[in-house]
Design a protein around this ligand. Structure first.
Ligand SMILES: Nc1ncnc2c1ncn2[C@@H]1O[C@H](COP(=O)(O)OP(=O)(O)O)[C@@H](O)[C@H]1O
Ligand SMILES: [Mg+2]
Length: 544
């Protein structure tokens, strides 16, 4: 007797077929490939004429054909695109899917179990003996596997029935595993996508506090390179983080979440304020496996807050200072007049004349102080005109170059090219910048480097396109102590022996009048760098 698709009956052969498809699982394989191999094993390996595989879509209560072989392309396409409705369609496929029992039909045309749908299908595709077996995982049916034999050929034997059932059991497990694997991959990709997005810096550590993950946003926020810090203790990487030990203890030993822990890091030579929130990472059993740090840059928020505070303080101090200055000026003028009268007296001894000169000198100093004070408190009406910042810097250069030379200071300038002329009070801006430059010189009594640089910068989120002229004044002097950083703009704050503490206060109010910004960055012992930003196009609106 001739059997074109000889059925292989030995258990070893079935096992070897199962082994072949199982091997698919050891390498990451897409579910489609797995289903394809299953159908191939059924037709080529187990020798059935045609085969189809359906999986249950639980959400939609549908039975969907996922893989099919041996039919015409039209028939296969039809099967794939027209799923069975588990509730509404009564067919061999839905019966097996719903009951979980196999169905063997000897005669695809006349068997009493066939419904209208089944007979219609038989008519369309022509089938003799039909067998449907459930695909089950841990007692739950996930789909059905169907095979048939040509009409007029011998039917499906007991042995074949049994082999397909055994095969279906293995196939189900393989399908389920590969679906889980795929879901896991998707989930992993999903988490990776979130972590790699630029929303926030994310960093994780294990229970010993060693860095296990760092996303690109965290790398740029912290100014770190992933390869260099992975597996290193977080404490080593963040020496700058005060009380890092405390943070680690709280998150890793006490499983606490910390919100908005602020710390500063130095990035590209600038101080930035970062805020970190931590939360413990637990495994399925609730054991702590590490801690997650979400990090964001809060520098500009903090600076805005500090700036407003500073402004309010300066306004209050300014008013007070103006009142006092006014009160002092009148009696001082009186004292000056008296000194003049005395000096004009005859018979003044030499030493008396010397004393009078000294007193006059002191009065002049006081007058200068008062005029500075009034400058700061009640700035005169500004005189806006188109000005060239490079010209202003150049005039400062000429004014100080000799002194720098004598003091061993290397003075350098770098002028930005094609800077726009901007409306400003050139004399005031010169005074404001000079105050900064003088401080820089005073910070380098043993000499050093002084650099004045001009350029353009675009400040995003700002009106007028945010274009600014920027003047940067950097010195290699003593630097400004952390403790006094927020006081240097205060009037009368000084660390200089003969200082008045008014220089930066005046500079600050001049720049404010120009709607500009002043900021600085300083490293004690290394030097200080001040940035003055003046918006371009400001005066044009003023002029109109
Ligand atoms: N470039 C600088 N390097 C170090 N310290 C500085 C620098 N600029 C300003 N300071 C500090 O700021 C203080 C206030 O400066 P300022 O307002 O000009 O007053 P004064 O120069 O009269 O002390 C200085 O006394 C000094 O401590
Ligand atoms: Mg000064």
């Amino acid at each position: 007797m001739e059997r074109p698709h000889a059925f292989r009956e030995t258990p070893e052969e079935i096992l070897s077929i199962i082994y072949r498809i199982s091997s698919l699982l050891t390498a990451p394989t897409s579910i489609d490939k797995v289903l394809d191999s299953i159908i191939k094993s059924v037709t080529e390996g187990l020798g059935f004429y045609r085969a189809s595989l359906y999986l249950i879509n639980r959400e939609q209560q549908m039975l969907e054909c996922k893989c099919i072989s041996g039919f015409t392309p039209e028939q296969e396409n039809r099967a794939r695109t027209r799923p069975y409705d588990l509730q509404r369609h009564d067919s061999l496929e839905t019966k097996v899917a719903l009951t979980g029992y196999s169905i063997l039909v000897k005669d695809g045309y006349n068997d009493p179990i066939l419904t209208d749908i089944d007979r219609l299908v038989t008519k369309m595709i022509g089938r003799g003996c039909i067998l449907y077996v459930p695909l089950k995982v841990k007692g739950t049916t996930i789909g059905v596997l169907g095979v048939d034999k040509e009409k007029g050929k011998p039917g499906i034997s007991e042995k074949e029935f049994e082999s397909l059932s055994v095969f279906a059991n293995y196939a189900s497990t393989i399908i389920e595993n590969s679906r889980l694997y795929e879901a896991l991959l998707n989930e992993k990709k999903f988490s990776e996508d979130i972590i790699n997005s630029d929303i926030r810096g994310v960093l994780t550590v294990d229970v010993r506090g060693r860095i296990t993950l760092l996303n690109p946003a965290a790398e740029s926020l912290l100014g770190l390179v992933k390869e260099k810090v992975l597996n290193k203790p977080l404490q080593d990487v963040f020496e700058c983080m005060r009380d890092m030990d405390g943070v680690m203890r709280r998150t890793l030993l006490r499983h606490e979440s910390i919100k908005g822990y602020e710390f500063t890091v130095k990035r590209d030579g600038k101080q930035v304020i970062l805020s970190a929130s931590t939360s413990p990472i637990l495994d399925d059993a609730g054991n702590l496996v590490g801690s997650l740090f979400a990090i964001e840059d809060v520098t500009s928020e903090r600076e805005r807050g500090e700036y407003l505070q500073r402004m309010n303080r300066l306004i209050a101090l300014g008013e007070l200072a103006a009142g006092v200055a006014h009160e002092i000026r009148n009696p001082l003028t009186g004292v000056g007049v008296v000194l003049d009268i005395l000096r004009n007296k005859k018979r003044l001894t030499r030493s008396d004349a010397g004393l009078l000169d000294e007193a006059t000198h002191e009065i002049e100093r006081l007058e200068k102080l008062i005029s500075d004070l009034l400058d700061f408190a009640r700035p005169k009406q500004l005189n806006f005109e188109p000005g060239d910042i490079n010209e202003i810097v150049q005039s400062i250069y000429f004014l100080i170059s000799e002194q720098c030379n004598n003091q061993g200071i290397r003075l350098a300038t770098r002028y930005g090219k094609e800077l726009p002329r901007s409306y400003m009070d050139c004399e005031k801006i010169r005074q404001g910048l000079l105050n900064i430059v003088i401080n820089a010189i005073q910070a380098m009594p043993q000499g050093g480097d002084l650099m004045i640089e001009t350029g353009m910068r675009v400040k995003e989120q700002e009106e007028n396109g945010g274009r600014c002229i920027v003047v940067t004044i950097s010195d290699s002097g003593s630097g400004i102590d952390e403790a006094v950083r927020d006081r240097i703009y205060d009037p009368f704050f000084t660390t200089h022996h003969e200082g008045t503490g008014l220089g930066l206060s005046i500079t600050h109010s001049i720049i404010k009048e120009h709607q500009g910004t002043i900021r600085f960055d300083s490293e004690p012992g290394m030097g200080t760098s001040f940035d003055v930003l003046l918006p371009v196009g400001l005066g044009e609106t003023r002029k109109r």
